[in-house]
Write a protein that binds this ligand. Structure first.
Ligand SMILES: Cc1cc2nc3c(=O)[nH]c(=O)nc-3n(C[C@H](O)[C@H](O)[C@H](O)COP(=O)(O)OP(=O)(O)OC[C@H]3O[C@@H](n4cnc5c(N)ncnc54)[C@H](O)[C@@H]3O)c2cc1C
Length: 291
């Protein structure tokens, strides 16, 4: 099908975009990479009267470094995240995650802002924003605000974003020294959305774990952190039966749904297996980084 008719505004600044959004009220949609929005328009799941195109806003696709963090503009394409030397150096788990997002043609167009705003329950970027304790920067005609990723994702395709608001950037704290990471995903075919995916980081202090982070996607209405499982790892070495207890805690935390692609039980089992592999990789890399 073809999309319903809409007016089209190509904004060349954030100020122009927020003004156009404010004038259109609830009836406008931002278009970034168009990889999720255009199919929804074509299927007539959405009928906005105005599309505000943010692709011409200069600098909105910049990746920049501060002493503590990497700031990524909302229009940064998935392929930029995948290939950025800055991301590879400071957030290698994110570089790895991006290779699992769809196919190259889609990664060339899809943006971080679009993926976070869309919040598909099986998408990689919401999970990575949670894993990395990201902070989202949001602008509107009323001004600017910041929101932590943990407060941003409300449910399937539902986020803390009002009509007229635009994500302008995402701040991702650099991984601390002596941090190892793991990323594991299973999809029916490479490039499909995940049946389940798990990302983990482990930060060492001496010979034990000081900070543990475990995030999942594809196993419920929204990406999530497995806080109880993380807590089991603090002050411990990943030895003996600990990994099995952590896997059990991950499986208890999630409530996957049965759909055409996999049963709830299969997804729960898979998430545990992937968590075990991601943690083992993180543990190995944490030791390599200390060597
Ligand atoms: C065949 C196919 C396979 C895919 N597989 C995967 C996959 O495996 N994993 C995965 O994560 N994704 C996958 N995707 C989705 C892809 O990653 C999209 O690019 C992404 O979800 C949306 O990004 P976008 O820039 O294209 O957003 P758009 O499609 O332009 O917009 C999506 C939504 O976000 C809003 N929006 C966009 N930018 C902003 C902003 N800056 N501020 C506020 N709101 C904004 C739009 O109004 C719209 O509601 C797939 C897509 C396709 C077509």
């Amino acid at each position: 099908m073809k999309p319903p008719a809409f007016d089209y505004i190509a904004a060349d600044s954030i100020a122009m975009a927020v003004k156009a959004l404010a004038q259109a009220g609830d009836d406008a949609k931002i278009i970034a990479g168009g990889q999720s929005l255009v199919p929804m328009l074509n299927f007539r799941m959405l009928r906005p009267s105005v599309l505000v195109d943010i692709n011409r806003i200069a600098g909105l696709d910049a990746i920049a470094e501060t002493s503590e963090a990497i700031r990524v503009g909302a229009l940064t394409r998935h392929y930029q995240l995948e290939t950025s030397p800055l991301i590879a150096r400071h957030l290698p788990v994110l570089s790895c995650a991006m290779t699992h997002v769809a196919h190259l043609a889609i990664r060339n167009r899809g943006t971080i802002g679009g993926s976070l705003a869309h919040a598909d329950p099986a998408a990689e970027l919401p999970m990575m924003a949670l894993l990395l304790d990201a902070e989202l920067h949001i602008a509107s005609a009323a001004g600017e605000r910041k929101v932590d990723a943990r407060d941003f994702f409300l449910g399937a395709l539902t986020v803390d974003l009002a009509a007229g608001e635009i994500i302008t950037g995402v701040v991702l704290p650099k991984l601390p020294p002596r941090t190892g990471w793991g990323f594991e995903e299973v999809a029916r075919r490479h490039g499909d959305f995940a049946l389940a995916a798990v990302a983990a980081t482990l930060t060492m202090s001496g010979s034990t774990i000081e900070q543990a982070r475990i995030a999942l996607t594809g196993v419920g209405p929204k990406a999530l952190r497995a806080h109880e499982a993380e807590g089991l790892l603090i002050g411990q070495a990943l030895e003996g039966g600990l990994i099995d207890r952590v896997i059990d805690a991950v499986r208890t935390t999630i409530e996957p749904e049965t759909d055409l692609h996999a049963s709830s039980d299969y997804r729960r089992h898979l998430a545990g297996v992937l968590a075990g592999r991601a943690l083992a990789a993180a543990w190995r890399r944490a030791h390599e980084s200390a060597a």
